[in-house]
Design a protein around this ligand. Structure first.
Ligand SMILES: Cc1ncc(COP(=O)(O)O)c(C=O)c1O
Length: 383
């Protein structure tokens, strides 16, 4: 058994992707160009979506999609406290005020039974987060959103490959944002995309991602392109590069295999840990779904474990096994407490989960031997 450090996540990059990155580097065109166009088409086909906008991150996607939703001062955007800070930061940068709904203690997704009470006459957008790759129960969310005339921006950073009631996340609904960060279900290095069937929103995100110009640079400088352009608004610089798309094109082809392996590994944890009193294991909702298992996140039972989550993570690290913390409760960061007045106790379920949650190693290249090693080390730590 190898004692090398086992990270909690590691990207699987094929030789074909590496070769394509090298070919891209040698081609003379490394920023947004033909490979981004090819990746865009491949994603459109994968999602059967009308508009796909690759970007440099999901954070940019959330930010630009919210800007394109034209929030006005005081407008409220509802999300969950169990998310990466990027979700809340994007709400603020997009001009909105974050309003939070506590989580369902079983799925760890937004508790939809509390959503209705949070809707005010200033609510404009709901951002459900498909936490760990488990789809949020979208039917009631869209029902509530349609009833109140609200937009739904799904934070699907964890959820490429996830299915809800037989449909891929991203293939239906209002607007979705996916992440291609290295620890996600597929990667482009850094990267992300916005998916929408809303032409106006797509056009605005396209302008915002590249200086407020609505045509791509390679069109302007290519043989057939025009050099002329207009700036129609002060945009950002969030375009994806061809170097990134060269990786993404191959990752997308391998995605279903990655998801299958993630499912095997998660199932292996569920079986092996089912009678360990130290853990509360991830639970599944009754509605039909395909979990993409971006993360495997049990909750530690401190009494049975004889240690808290942070002590467990440290003990694992000392035994050369990486774990992840997804996440600290977003509302308790100083900025959100000071500016929006959130306090400890506001979202008790999320706060409890955020004290106990751990991401155990899970990535497609993880072998059964790696998995056994994680279980053995946990056993020695607890016994
Ligand atoms: C729930 C969630 N939203 C948004 C993001 C931002 O993704 P990116 O790193 O691609 O900007 C992340 C990244 O970890 C995330 O977990």
């Amino acid at each position: 058994m190898s004692d090398d450090f086992l990270p909690f996540s590691r990207p699987s990059i094929s030789q074909a992707a590496i070769d394509d990155v090298v070919a891209c580097l040698k081609s003379g065109w490394i920023t947004t160009g033909p490979r981004v166009a090819e990746f865009t088409e491949a994603l459109k086909e994968y999602f059967r979506a009308q508009h796909v906008l690759p970007l440099m991150s999901a954070t940019s996607g959330l930010h630009l999609a919210l800007l394109a939703m034209n929030l006005e001062p005081g407008d409220e955007v509802i999300t969950t406290p169990l998310t990466f800070a990027a979700t809340l930061n994007s709400i603020v940068l997009g001009g909105g005020k974050p309003v939070l709904v506590d989580i369902d203690p079983h799925t760890l997704n937004m508790d939809i039974s509390q959503l209705q009470d949070k809707i005010s006459d200033r609510t404009r957008v709901i951002i459900p987060v498909h936490f760990a790759g488990l789809p949020v129960d979208l039917d009631p969310i869209y029902e509530i959103a349609n009833h109140h005339g609200l937009r739904v921006l799904e934070d699907a950073a964890h959820a490429i490959g996830t299915e809800y009631k037989g449909k891929r996340i991203g293939s239906f609904g209002d607007t979705q944002v996916f992440s291609f960060h290295p620890n996600k279900n597929m990667t482009t290095g850094e990267g992300g995309c916005v998916i929408t069937n809303d032409q106006q929103l797509a056009d605005q995100v396209a302008r915002l991602r590249f200086h407020g110009i609505d045509r791509q640079a390679w069109n302007r400088y290519g043989k057939s392109g025009s050099q002329d352009y207009e700036i129609v608004l002060p945009g950002y610089k969030s375009n994806m590069m061809d170097i990134q798309a060269a990786i993404g094109i191959h990752q997308l082809r391998e995605l279903s295999g990655f998801i299958a392996r993630r499912n095997e590994l998660a199932e292996r944890y569920q079986e092996a840990l089912s009678d360990w009193p130290q853990w509360n294991l991830p639970q599944r909702p009754a509605y039909e779904h395909l979990h993409s298992w971006h993360l495997y996140t049990p909750l530690i039972n401190e009494d049975a474990a004889g240690m808290n989550r942070n002590e467990f993570m440290l003990a694992m690290k000392e035994k050369n096994i990486g774990t992840g913390l997804h996440y600290r409760a977003a509302h308790l960061y100083p900025y959100y407490r000071q500016v929006f007045g959130f306090n400890p106790g506001d979202f008790p379920r999320a706060e409890d989960v955020c004290e106990r949650i751990v991401s155990l190693p899970l990535f497609p290249g993880m072998t059964d031997a790696d998995h056994d090693r994680v279980l053995d080390v946990m056993y020695t730590i607890f016994n």
